[in-house]
Design a protein around this ligand. Structure first.
Ligand SMILES: Cc1ncc(COP(=O)(O)O)c(C=O)c1O
Length: 445
């Protein structure tokens, strides 16, 4: 393979240590993607597959969008890089304005990061800076939730709640983090949309306040729908109750909308869909349709003002930032994405297609290996029954589905399905049909 054509079979697979991958398994039987167009991917055997997870939930507008490619190419030719510290360029300000048109409440101050993990890390630091600015520096504890995924930096890993991500790194995680229980309850089997039971799980936050002292708690962070552990939809009233408890104790409420942000639920953000406004919100993934990295943190104006007011004029107010915070190439992609959202009325499209998608997904209930299905908007989780020890079913089933021509993300024993927003009914039908074939083949093995 020449260096100018990286889409073909590589000369060696050994040097690249792949992330979140069974490297040994992959290198014995690689799955290389060589092309992506619209809702389809092509692999190195020349086989076409439908993309049923929008990449890693990040390409909902489809692959190969000319508008985004052109905007990125034009930007690189005109201005390829600007120092983001004590300097800037107009694009990032325009993007912040466009984003703030969609954020809930007055979360109108936007801090740009590189990805979802750095957005969460930034949110954690902003919260600490805010409490310090308000004279409440004793608030150091963060409350996360079991089965949460917030990314892979130390702060994001600490507030996350997936056991395998934590075990090896326990010695270096942030101190003072406490976890609420998850809301994945036994009576939530095959519930489409929001479960009507389980809102009382939010009382875990109240218990934590009582046990650890609410005056020490800086923030509570949750994904409105826990995405990476299988689309755990919040029980009705659960998020509202978290909001009330946070208000009562002066705790900042952070919604991590890295997956749910930008339309996945049928509203711009899950916050609006579920009618609960956090104080701080993270986003990434679909912000650029996944083609270049970018994350962002939206904060309430009061939080921004408090941090600004705590510093003398001329001083740096927040000692935090990244070399690649809102670099021109990411901004150009994100602005093009904003144009597409508006021009194609994307969030409305999701709202209209969601019932069809969810009906299709729930039609898989009759397959013997399917243990549970959940879903909201264009996001669904399918739990597989265990054939061997826990944690294997998702990956093994994923491989069978890949063979059947449908690609998605699996975690543990769960398949996570998140089609692109540009899907037409025929694409949804294709996803469902190929899932049926793949899951059935897995069961026969
Ligand atoms: C809710 C949530 N937060 C944070 C992240 C981390 O994002 P990234 O992989 O861009 O760092 C993810 C990634 O899937 C996520 O789902």
């Amino acid at each position: 393979m020449s260096t100018s054509d990286t889409s073909k079979i590589p000369n060696s697979l050994q040097e690249h240590w792949m992330p979140f991958t069974s490297n040994k398994d992959f290198k014995e039987n690689p799955r290389l993607i060589t092309e992506a167009k619209g809702v389809y991917l092509k692999n190195h055997h020349g086989k076409t597959m439908i993309d049923a997870s929008s990449g890693l939930f990040c390409n909902p507008l489809g692959h190969g969008r000319k508008e985004i490619t052109n905007a990125v190419a034009k930007q690189l030719e005109q201005l390829d890089y600007v120092q983001p510290f004590q300097q800037g360029f107009g694009g990032s300000f325009e993007l912040a304005r466009r984003i703030s048109k969609h954020t809930p409440g007055n979360l109108n101050r936007i801090f740009f990061t590189i990805c979802g993990s750095t957005a969460v890390e930034t949110a954690i630091k902003i919260v600490i800076a805010y409490h310090k600015a308000k004279g409440q520096g004793q608030r150091f504890r963060f409350v996360g939730r079991e089965r949460a995924y917030h990314g892979m930096n130390i702060g994001a890993t600490s507030v996350g709640g997936m056991v395998n991500n934590v075990k090896t790194f326990a010695s270096v995680l942030m101190p003072g983090v406490v976890h609420m229980r998850h809301t994945h309850l036994k009576d939530h089997k095959f519930v489409k949309g929001q479960p009507t039971t389980g809102a009382e799980m939010a009382e875990d936050l109240e218990r934590i306040c009582a046990n650890f002292g609410s005056e020490n708690i800086a923030a509570c962070i949750v994904e409105p729908i826990a995405g990476s552990t299988g689309a755990l939809v919040p029980p009705k009233g659960y998020l509202k109750r978290l909001r009330e408890i946070c208000d009562k104790h002066g705790i900042v409420l952070i919604f991590d909308e890295v997956i749910t942000g930008w339309g996945r639920t049928g509203s711009a953000f899950a916050s609006q869909e579920f009618g609960v406004t956090p104080d701080v919100m993270t986003m990434a993934k679909a912000t650029t349709n996944g083609v270049v990295p970018m994350g962002a943190v939206a904060v309430k104006e009061e939080i921004y003002d408090a941090v600004m007011d705590a510093s003398p004029k001329g001083a740096v107010e927040l000692f935090h930032g990244y070399t690649y915070s809102a670099i021109p190439v990411s901004v150009a992609a994100a602005l093009a994405v904003q144009d597409i959202f508006e021009k194609e009325d994307i969030f409305k499209k999701v709202k209209e297609m969601s019932p069809y998608f969810l009906d299709g997904i729930f039609s898989l209930k009759d397959i013997s290996g399917v243990d549970n299905i959940r879903g909201y908007g264009m996001l669904a989780g399918i739990d597989m029954k265990l054939k061997e020890k826990p944690g294997r079913a998702g990956f093994e089933c994923f491989k069978a589905c890949y063979e059947a021509g449908v690609n998605f993300k699996a975690t543990g024993d769960c398949l996570i399905i998140a089609p692109q927003f540009i899907c037409e009914k025929k694409h949804i039908d294709e996803i469902i049909e190929k899932l049926r074939t793949g899951i059935s083949n897995y069961m026969k093995k």
